[in-house]
Each structure stands twice: as structure tokens, then as C-alpha cells.
Design a binder for this molecule. Structure first.
Ligand SMILES: [Zn+2]
Length: 275
């Protein structure tokens, strides 16, 4: 319980809040856990039969070689992310921001758009790996990024898309504006603009007491953990790392070895008792 009380104290004293989130944040909304080949193959048995893991499927090569196969994976995820409601933890964090009047920013490696879906303003979210809700040209013929309003039905027997979104400029295949593995054709302009807003925020809150709440960010793709830890050095931030499996923290920081929703609910309960 001691770590919970330390976290409560830090949140109550915070003047700026950075929420950093990895794949574990979505698990409590009911999204599948892709971490490790077993988690990925439990969600996608066909890919296990084909011997393809997450890194191999999240790869732009499929859009070039066999767009229906590439879109099979992303079409399924698109529908899943659209259908799924972000869990209550997203709203708990938003309540704190409003209740305590702290300035904030969200940094996430998730491409599901669930912070925006939970009501966070687009100007306060930095999606470091892009978003499934935006499209770009596969070549790309130009740097345009546009909203993904397409339906991409998938035949779940073969995991092949029955319709393939097209580039609205050249008519070639359009792909999700997601930074994939080994990806040289990703158009980063939307993410770069978000990153610019994030860095401006970091300048504005310099000298303020900053708390970083990190949720479900593992060591497999460590970019979110690096982001959190860099703020300890650059802004003297206090890190609250919420992670059921990889909760180790740099010395002096706060570790809560629980899932996101459980930990946030518990913190909310404690916060409501004191303020
Ligand atoms: Zn094009």
C-alpha cells in the first residue's frame, strides 16, 4: 500500500501531468495482448499456422506484395478498435486533470485512437507510432495523410480483406498511417506535428512539479518507457509506473505492479478520500 500512498501524494502535488501509455493500457478495454508470440497467436490462430508473428505481420511489405493479406490484419484491428470502448481508467485520468486543474499531455505508442475516443483533445495527444484511423499512400505518391472513414471487411477464414482502401491521389493502395517494423514509407507529418506540440508543452511546464503516469508500457518496444524516464532527468519528474509484469523503476520512483484499470480505480478511491 505504501506505493499507492506515495502516488496519491505525488498526484495531489502535481502541476503538470504526462500520461504515457503502451499496449497494456488497452488490455482492460478487452483488446488482445500482442506481447510475445503466444499472446499474438492466441488472438490470431491463422498467423500461428502460417508461422507469422506480430513483428512480421506489422510490416509494410504485405501491403506491397499482397494488399488483401496486409489489410486483413489491419482491417480486423480497425473494426476492433472502432467497436471497443476505452475502459474507465481513461475517464479517471481525465477527471483528475479537470479536478486538479493540471496541464497535461498524453504520449502513447498505441495506434487505436482510444484517448481521443475517450474525449481527450487531439491537440494533447502524441501518437508516436501513428494511428489506424488515418491513411496514407503506400508509395507514397505525396505526404498527404487523411482520415480513415473506410470500411474494410475481412474474411476471417483467410484473414484477407474483401475491400482495399485506395490512395485518393494516385489510386494505388492506401495503408494505415502507422509506423510499422522496417518501415521506410511511413509518412510521419501528423506524428511530427503532435511531437512539436508535445515539446512546446514541455517547455511551458519547465519548473513545474511534473508527474508521469505510465501505463502498460513494456520493455519489448521500450520507446514509451524511455519517454517516461527521460522526464525524470529533464524535468525532475516523479514517475508512477503501473505495470503488472515489468514494474521495476529507477531508484526513488514509484512502482505499482497492477493492471491499468485496477491501479487507477484504487488511486481514484484514495484521492477522493483526501481531496
Ligand atoms: Zn498515392
Amino acid at each position: 500500500m505504501e506505493h499507492y500512498h506515495k502516488a496519491v501524494e505525488a498526484i495531489l502535488n502535481a502541476q503538470a501531468l504526462v500520461i504515457t501509455a503502451g499496449a497494456g493500457m488497452g488490455v482492460d478495454s478487452g483488446l488482445p495482448d500482442f506481447r510475445g508470440p503466444k499472446g499474438f497467436w492466441r488472438a490470431y490462430p491463422l498467423y500461428e499456422r502460417l508461422g507469422l508473428n506480430f513483428v512480421e505481420m506489422a510490416n509494410p511489405v504485405h501491403f506491397e506484395r499482397d494488399p488483401a493479406f496486409g489489410w486483413g490484419f489491419y482491417g480486423h484491428r480497425l473494426e476492433m478498435y472502432r467497436k471497443t470502448e476505452p475502459h474507465r481508467g481513461f475517464h479517471i485520468l481525465k477527471d483528475w486533470i479537470n479536478r486538479y486543474g493540471v496541464d497535461y499531455f498524453v504520449v502513447t505508442s498505441n495506434v487505436d485512437g482510444h484517448f481521443q475516443k475517450a474525449g481527450y483533445t487531439e491537440e494533447k495527444v502524441y501518437e508516436i507510432h501513428g494511428s489506424i484511423h488515418y491513411l496514407q499512400c503506400i508509395k507514397p505518391c505525396c505526404n498527404d495523410i487523411w482520415e480513415n472513414n473506410e470500411d474494410v471487411p475481412v474474411d476471417y477464414e483467410t484473414m484477407r480483406a474483401l475491400r482495399i482502401p485506395k490512395c485518393k491521389h494516385c489510386g494505388d493502395v492506401a495503408r494505415p498511417n502507422i509506423l510499422m517494423f522496417g518501415d521506410w514509407s511511413w509518412v510521419g507529418d501528423r506524428t511530427y506535428a503532435q511531437g512539436k506540440r508535445y515539446r512546446r508543452f514541455l517547455e511551458e511546464v519547465r519548473g513545474k512539479r511534473m508527474v508521469v503516469i505510465e501505463l502498460g508500457a513494456g520493455t519489448a518496444v521500450p520507446s514509451i518507457r524511455h519517454t517516461s524516464e527521460s522526464l525524470i532527468r529533464s524535468h525532475g519528474a516523479t514517475l508512477i509506473r503501473i505495470n503488472p509484469r515489468e514494474s521495476q523503476v529507477p531508484s526513488g520512483q514509484i512502482s505499482i505492479p497492477e493492471g491499468a484499470l485496477k491501479a487507477l480505480s484504487k488511486l481514484d478511491e484514495l484521492l477522493k478520500k483526501v481531496a
